[in-house]
Design a protein around this ligand. Structure first.
Ligand code: ADP
Ligand code: SF4
Length: 686
């Protein structure tokens, strides 16, 4: 008996049987109703990879639950059914069950697309979209409740007809009407739906009963419930009302899918929550019900999964992000290849596309969302057309991915890097507070490359143009990365910051050098950190510096510290951490001049000037692509000494690690292929 066999036991879910314990819980993806073929292909690849249950994202049951501009599922009427059939067929083709998360979003629906009146437990400002939309809900009438029940019932019947096996009643994340009715913060009704907990639970109970009544034994009925909102007495708690609700409804559904709310707590990044982080909140559930229980916690380790089952915490291992980073995770465990799992790094780049209505992407898995439109598969890649030797210069995420994928295609590859260790920026950035899991970007690629016969890795090999040409290799991919600009030039001012060349000015690279060497060289005293980058680096360095006892002032032209991290659900946590460390945050302000001992700033709105004490200054602005060697090789390409020369990753254009990985992967896929530079290289829907 294998150590992971327990994960491959079938689990009965009401009238259905899941073939194993791997359960892809509902997750958004920006494909939804707009891109049904892309969606079906993406879900199908997960079923192929061994997920025994594959669910949709939230699926709006009616135009009064319209959460545009987010692109989720819709099952408003029969018109929407064909798209769902594509998905259920793709999932069933591999023997998995398909689940649908029916949703009425209540206060979360601004109805920007339908222009219908939003509805909720009471009249209050809607919570969806920006969270600050100039629109209130209507307090639901008796008739509204009857309407929503009927819409849910009809949606359940359509879902059954579309081929779904599991139908959800969704009361989690604060995103749905049943959960908003459970909440004392939103529900102060005095009718049968308000007041006592039994009254607040009434609507969820009715939805479960209606759904069961509608679909009978054709489908299983699941409930997704937030058992804790992490708000203490203000909200639902796992040892308070969460427990009571579960007790009241214990045997009613066929499956319990339980988690913590809101979404930022459920999908906490690795910086703020470890694998299995929800166990303390959800482990009580199995003691109150005989029905199977699924829960999440960014499980990527089969040992942790087995342990969660053996300890009686979960029957089914729920996963959204681990299934995005590695759609074939279950299959790899079953085939004894667990070391090949492409583990999620917990960065939430996959989440960041959702509020923008864009197709999902993933740092670790460059094929995510590309299954249909580019025909990319996470495990398979076209074999080479002809044998070629390729040199990849630079072994950061872009170079590692290019070399790995080229090797997988059967090319002979030399991967070289100036540094003694491969990994590039990831080696350094993963030393920052809380980013250790980011190393998985390097670890997985290094492991895979280790099993590729024709990929040779040469660390400690700085290359110049002459070295490249002397090697005789005629195809070169340059993945040489970027450095942080020393002059503080960024998008907000567009020019170098006056005084950037003072001795007391540092860049992120200087501080990362210190971290790597273990020699902290920042002199004692007050530090001004100027962040015109707006993703994690500025906030992380402020955290690092403040943690070493410096007084830190973080100045940024943006309205918020680490502005872009709101899309990865981290901004509030980052700001809270900075405040707890005493970091002073000065938003909407640009850096004008650095002098010895102080800096001068100007307000973005009023241009009002101010001075701040600064014994040291850290400039986090644009990056400078490292392209000298590439540029020196261009004449060789033009003279026919090279057959191809391709710039990828941060050397091409600095950005996210996700973009570097994607860029390296794309270069490998396109290498040796006929690519028409004038053609759109992917399919479009609609
Ligand atoms: P990306 O994110 O695009 O992969 P990184 O900055 O992470 O970029 O990695 C670039 C890598 O390229 C670094 O490890 C760096 O040491 C290496 N590198 C840069 N220039 C050269 C060079 N001339 N020869 C060899 N390696 C180089
Ligand atoms: Fe995990 Fe990041 Fe990929 Fe999302 S984008 S699945 S968090 S690695």
């Amino acid at each position: 008996m294998g150590e992971y066999d327990i994960l491959f036991e079938p689990v009965r879910i009401g009238p259905k049987t899941a073939p194993n314990r791997f359960y892809q819980v509902p997750h958004c993806n920006g494909l939804g109703h707009l891109r049904p073929q892309s969606l079906a292909a993406m879900r199908g690849v997960k079923a192929e990879g061994g997920w025994g249950v594959v669910c949709t994202e939230e699926v709006e049951i009616h135009p009064t639950s319209d959460i545009a501009p987010c692109i989720e599922g819709r099952i408003w009427d029969d018109h929407d059914v064909a798209g769902h059939q594509l998905m259920t067929e793709a999932v069933h083709a591999h023997g998995a069950l398909a689940g649908i998360e029916l949703t009425h979003a209540g206060i979360d629906a601004a109805n920007h697309y339908s222009h219908l009146t939003p509805m909720g437990p009471r009249s209050e400002g809607v919570l969806g979209d920006s969270g600050f939309e100039p629109q209130q809900t209507r307090a639901m009438t008796r008739r509204d409740f009857a309407d929503v029940r009927r819409w849910h019932r009809k949606a359940a019947l359509r879902a059954r007809d579309a081929g779904y096996d599991i139908i959800y009643c969704y009361a989690a994340h604060g995103l749905t009407l049943p959960m908003q009715l459970l909440s004392r913060r939103h529900n102060d009704r005095t009718d049968q739906y308000g007041g006592s907990l039994a009254n607040r639970v009434r609507f969820l109970r009715e939805l479960i009963e209606d759904t069961r009544d509608a679909v009978g034994d054709d489908c299983a009925v699941a409930v997704r419930l937030a058992v804790d909102e992490l708000l203490g007495d203000e909200g639902i708690t796992h040892d308070g009302e969460g427990r009571e609700i579960l007790g009241m409804l214990a045997e009613l559904p066929d499956l319990w899918d339980v988690n913590v709310s809101d979404w930022s707590n459920d999908s906490a990044t690795s910086r703020f929550a470890a694998e299995g982080h929800q166990e303390p909140y959800i482990s009580f559930v199995k003691s109150l019900t005989t029905k199977p229980v699924v829960g999440v916690g960014r499980y990527t380790s089969p040992d942790a999964m087995v342990s969660a089952v053996r300890r009686g915490v979960l029957d089914l291992i729920g996963a959204a992000r681990p299934s995005i980073a590695d759609p074939h995770l279950p299959r790899k465990i079953r085939e004894g290849r667990a070391a090949s799992i492409r583990e999620c790094i917990g960065c939430n780049i996959c989440v960041a596309t959702d509020p923008k209505g864009l197709p999902i992407r993933c740092t670790q898995n460059p094929t995510m969302g590309e299954e249909w439109r580019r025909g990319w598969h996470p495990e398979r890649i076209a074999v080479r057309r002809s044998s070629s030797r390729v040199m990849v210069v630079g072994a950061g995420p872009a170079g590692l991915e290019a070399a790995r994928a080229l090797g997988q295609r059967g090319h002979e590859v030399q991967l070289l890097d100036a540094q003694p260790e491969v990994g590039g920026r990831v080696n350094r950035e993963s030393l920052l507070p809380g980013l250790a899991a980011w190393r998985r970007v390097v670890d997985w690629r290094r492991w895979e490359i280790g099993s590729l016969r024709d990929v040779e890795v040469f660390p400690a090999s700085p290359m110049d143009a002459a070295d490249v040409l002397e090697s005789g290799v005629r195809n070169v991919i340059m993945a040489t990365g970027a450095t942080w600009r020393r002059d503080g030039r960024g998008r907000s001012t567009g020019t170098a910051v006056a005084g950037f060349d003072h001795d007391h000015v540092r860049t992120p690279d200087d501080l990362l050098d210190d971290l790597e060497s273990g020699q902290w060289r920042l002199p004692e005293g007050e530090v001004v950190l100027y962040d015109d980058d707006h993703y994690v680096m500025g906030g992380l360095l402020a955290e690092l510096i403040a943690g070493r006892g410096h007084a830190v002032t973080l100045i940024t032209p943006a309205p918020l510290a680490s502005y872009w991290t709101q899309f990865t659900l981290e901004q509030a946590r980052i700001e809270a951490r900075l405040r707890s460390l005493g970091v002073r945050i000065v938003p909407r302000t640009t850096l004008q001049r650095i002098s010895s001992g102080h800096v001068r700033t100007a307000g973005v709105i009023s241009a009002e000037q101010a001075e701040w004490t600064a014994d040291s200054v850290v400039l986090v602005a644009d990056r400078q692509p490292r392209i000298e060697v590439h540029d020196a090789l261009v004449p060789a390409l033009e003279n026919g000494l090279l057959d191809s020369l391709t710039l990828v990753g941060d050397a091409d254009a600095p950005g996210l690690i996700a973009q570097a990985v994607f860029s390296g992967h794309r270069a490998a896929r396109q290498f040796g292929e006929q690519v028409d530079p004038d053609a759109v290289e992917f399919l479009r829907e609609g």
